[in-house]
Design a protein around this ligand. Structure first.
Ligand code: ASP
Length: 584
């Protein structure tokens, strides 16, 4: 038997027991007559002791152990003289009678400590060592606990976890597919699923009623920070449900996770239409941990001779309470912030509502104190507040102001990672215009149903941009953690949708024929949603990066620096696939 206990298990009540432990040497302290070893495994650290009564050969052997050596120690549990209340095993130590060296280790390239001296790249290259560190290990434990909670919760609600294929047919809508060549069918390719969307809908046609899967998905997108080419979804679908049923079911799941993981209870999650989210927060994933809602100012700022405002489609601002003392330098920095290419604003106007009731603004030339008071009233501002204003084309300006609002939230410490503000964003637009290709795309995916009251607008191409969908996102702290929709289950409506998206009948048949065919055999009304599981884990773990919650993530260029993938394949492999490279 390699061990009788783990390294995190022994307590004072075990004093006197003869035990065997196995683990990694975390640290060795040699004080001459006394030698201590911290022995570590996944469960904790136990201190091993050799003292003047120990066999000198044993002490010699202990001294030969390097960091991360794998050893087995047999001995007696004793009460420690100087206890360490910070570790659960801190009241005891193991007086060692026998060591077995199970394996040596090279000196690790970084310290296996909570705060390591290893940089990101190095830790990724040696991820198996990184995972030995408490913070990473804890993140994987959190991920496991979340997965178990999800499985049990959904299973109790009659959801079945059903696996769907990984090698599927490539479809043009959505992101770019990763493709896999088929050796047995030269010139033909599978795609890796971007999501099991069509399969889960087929499972509804198949009468499975409630499906879920914690499933890997693949998207070959240009990598933005914190995007992984492969990621995990909690993918769900239900039959005979309306939007209300879906929202309630998954709000229930989210609440269950909050309760079990965080001890937090929530009332009903607020709901906001996409339209309001954009109007008041400039984002379809508003962070509502703090206020600073947008205030539109066209009616109070125009016509005073300030050309920039007069000519703008929209003048809109936020009120930063209690910030009237911001210095010139701070205001300049904010202007620089909004002018960065990532934000893209032309500039920023500020109005300080001084504590003495006077105003100071960057547009004093154009606005009298009364004018500024009228603007302040529009904001509901008080003396001591600072108003920040942007202008330009409406949607662009809103998006820019969103960046400024979040920046102010950061500066004012209003985005506390221990606070959670979930909400539903509902009534997304069905279609989204793409300038480049000059056509509409499905904002969610082509199977999302329009709101019944907007369905007639599909007949009028000038109204396509106004059609609302029965589509919803679940948002927490400014992060989209999930989204889904009511699906089209009616063949005629689906055809109409394909036409709207510019598909000919033949093209639609070629791409989606199998799903459409299935819909002719009694498709029930159905709907679903998918949570981004990695993101959900990082949110519950209080970290920004999803990478920290994936055992073996890819780096920002989509590379696994540990295994060295992607990598060229041998000529014989290419030959077998009948693929000739044509590298540019
Ligand atoms: N398949 C969708 C997605 O990946 C989610 C859904 O509609 O259920 O975003």
């Amino acid at each position: 038997m390699y061990r009788t206990h783990t390294c995190g298990e022994l307590r004072l009540a075990d004093a006197g027991k003869e035990v065997t432990l196995a683990g990694w040497v975390q640290r060795l302290r040699d004080k001459g007559s006394l030698v201590w070893i911290d022995l570590r495994d996944r469960y904790g650290i136990t201190q091993l002791l050799l003292d003047e009564n120990s066999d000198p050969k044993l002490v010699e052997q202990a001294r030969s152990f390097g960091r991360e050596y794998v050893i087995q120690a047999k001995g007696t549990v004793i009460e420690r003289e100087s206890k360490n209340p910070k570790v659960p095993t801190g009241e005891i130590e193991l007086r060692v009678k026998e060591f077995t060296l199970l394996n040596k280790s090279k000196t690790p390239p970084f310290t296996i400590e909570d705060v390591s001296d290893g940089g990101d790249d190095l830790r990724m290259k040696y991820r198996y060592l990184d995972i030995r560190r408490n913070p990473v290990r804890r993140n994987l434990e959190l991920r496991h606990r979340m997965a178990m909670l999800v499985r049990n919760y959904l299973s109790n609600l009659n959801f079945l976890e059903i696996e769907t294929p990984m090698l599927i047919k490539s479809t043009p809508e959505g992101a770019r597919d990763f493709v896999v060549p088929s050796r047995m069918n030269p010139g033909e390719f599978y795609a890796l699923p971007q999501s099991p969307q069509q399969y889960k809908q087929l499972l509804m046609v198949a009468g499975m009623d409630r499906y879920f899967q914690i499933v890997r998905c693949f998207r070959d997108e240009d990598l933005r920070a914190d995007r992984q080419p492969e990621f995990t979804q909690i993918d769900c679908e239900m039959s005979f449900v309306e939007q209300e049923d879906v929202l309630n079911t998954f709000e229930g799941l989210a609440k269950h996770l909050f309760k079990e993981m965080k001890g937090l209870e929530f009332d009903k999650f607020p709901r906001m239409t996409w339209h309001d989210a954009m109007k008041y927060y400039g984002s379809d994933k508003p962070d509502i941990r703090f206020g600073m809602k947008f205030v539109e100012l066209n009616d109070v700022v125009k016509g005073k001779g300030f050309g920039l405002f007069d000519n703008a489609d929209l003048v809109v601002g936020i009120n930063a309470e209690g910030c009237s003392e911001y210095t010139r330098k701070q205001l300049d920095a904010l202007t620089e912030f909004v002018k960065r290419p990532q934000v893209g604003a032309g500039g920023m106007v500020y109005i300080k509502y001084n504590t003495d009731g006077t105003f100071k603004s960057s547009v004093d030339k154009f606005y009298t104190a009364d004018d500024l008071k009228a603007i302040a009233d529009k904001f509901g501002a008080k003396p001591g507040d600072l108003m920040l204003i942007l202008c330009g084309e409406a949607m662009k300006t809103r998006v820019q102001l969103n960046a400024l609002r979040l920046e102010m939230g950061n500066q004012l410490g209003l985005r506390n990672p221990d606070e959670y503000a979930p909400l539903w964003v509902i009534d997304f637009p069905l279609l989204e215009w793409d300038e480049e290709t000059q056509r509409y795309y499905a904002m969610h995916h082509p199977f999302t149903a329009p709101k019944p009251e907007d369905e007639a607008l599909l007949d009028d191409p000038t109204k396509w941009g106004d059609i609302r969908a029965n589509a919803y996102d679940i948002v927490m702290n400014g992060v989209e953690v999930g989204g889904g929709s009511i699906r089209i289950h009616d063949r005629t409506l689906q055809n109409k949708m394909f036409h709207t998206l510019g598909f000919t009948d033949e093209k639609a048949q070629e791409q989606f024929g199998f799903l459409m065919g299935a819909f002719e055999y009694g498709a029930p009304p159905h709907a679903g949603l998918a949570f981004g599981f990695d993101r959900l884990c990082s949110l519950f773990g209080g970290a920004d990066s999803i990478r920290d919650f994936i055992a073996f993530p890819k780096n920002n260029s989509g590379r696994d620096v540990m295994s060295g993938s992607p990598a060229p394949i041998a000529q014989e492999q290419l030959d077998e696939l009948q693929i000739a490279l044509n590298l540019k």
